[in-house]
Design a protein around this ligand. Structure first.
Ligand code: ADP
Ligand code: MG
Length: 317
């Protein structure tokens, strides 16, 4: 069995290519990084715990990918360019094959976004993965949760709900068609952080958040931060085919793990959204509008409007 230091040397010390702004990476007591002049440093951390955030049979490559992806998703929601990451790994045992796969999933995504792994921590204990991701944004240009104004369009990238369906199917609560099982599993295990979208939305979006706890909860945060509300059109929601026949809409829109961006756009910038969608080859859907009255209202297909709770995943409820 490899020791702690061989394990770091073997799997993590040279996982990502060097960056010119890393004066010192893995191997010292801490990393030395040189942020670009005129930029703000954007910092986020997220932990994935076995049995809470992922199932025990999650493939290690998917876990490595997802641990970084959920953090890059937070940077994307801020409009930040990712640059550096730190990895805190708690492992029940030092299994070389498992670590090689985990490192492959983490490393492939890191390289795809030009992120350098510059440090971390390795301990023994119940399986948990904590990633700190650092990025940069030109000073004053970050996207925030606050900023949505009445009349702004509400948009979401990609598709919502499939990851939540996968969780419920794996718990045995729901039976999915063969096609949907594969699609939902892909969405749950291999989320694609919308980094390019976050960058493109600087100067266009009035507010942004990543959808990690469910659209209703996350849009609820945007509304609370802006002191506004929203009217949502259920018929416009980008949901998987047949999803609404499997589970009620509030459940679908209250389930987590989508890792899409939800953002608001003032009328004068709405024309730019379709250009961004074309450039990025990414579906961007207008799902509603910001209103002055607080709270979320859902317009069903038949036209009736009802209030919906801004509920979603919460560890302590
Ligand atoms: P210290 O005891 O000074 O905190 P460690 O022994 O924990 O240092 O780590 C040694 C070096 O290896 C440090 O540079 C640390 O950032 C890095 N490191 C530890 N674990 C990981 C990991 N899982 N991935 C990347 N770097 C790591
Ligand atoms: Mg340490």
């Amino acid at each position: 069995m490899p020791g702690e230091f061989d394990l770091i040397a073997r799997h993590f010390a040279r996982l990502t290519p060097p960056r010119g702004d890393v004066a010192l990476g893995v191997g010292d007591d801490a990393a030395l990084l040189t942020p670009a002049p005129g930029h703000e440093l954007v910092a986020t951390v997220d932990t994935l715990i076995e049995g809470v955030h992922f199932f025990a049979d999650c493939p290690p490559a998917a876990l490595g990918h997802k641990a970084l992806a959920v953090n890059l998703s937070d940077l994307a929601a801020m409009g930040a360019q990712p640059a550096w990451a730190l990895l805190a790994l708690t492992l029940p045992r030092a299994d070389d094959d498992w670590l090689a796969e985990f490192a492959r999933g983490f490393g492939d995504l890191a390289r795809a976004h030009g992120v350098a792994l510059v440090g971390g921590d390795t301990c023994r204990g119940p399986l948990a993965v904590g990633v700190t991701a650092l990025g940069q944004v030109p000073t004053g240009q970050a996207l925030r949760r606050a900023g949505a104004r009445p009349g702004d369009g509400v948009y979401v990238s990609g598709e919502l709900g499939a990851a939540g369906l996968a969780v419920r199917a794996r718990r045995g609560e729901l039976a999915l068609s063969a096609a949907l099982v594969a699609h939902a599993a892909q969405r749950l295990d291999w989320p694609q952080p919308r980094v390019a979208l976050g960058l493109a939305l600087r100067g266009i979006a009035s507010a942004a958040i990543d959808v990690s706890d469910g659209l209703l909860a996350d849009l609820g945060h945007v509304c609370a931060a802006g002191g506004v509300g929203a009217r949502l059109d259920l018929g416009a929601m980008p949901l998987p085919d047949g999803a609404l026949t499997l589970t009620p809409s509030d459940e679908l829109l209250g389930s987590g793990d989508d890792y899409e961006l939800c953002f608001t756009v003032p009328a004068r910038h709405e024309g730019a959204v379709s250009t961004v969608a074309e450039q990025l080859r990414l579906t961007l859907t207008r799902i509603g509008q910001i209103e002055a009255e607080p709270g979320l209202r859902l317009v069903a297909a038949a036209g009736e409007v009802r209030a919906v709770a801004a509920r979603g995943h919460d560890h302590f409820r």
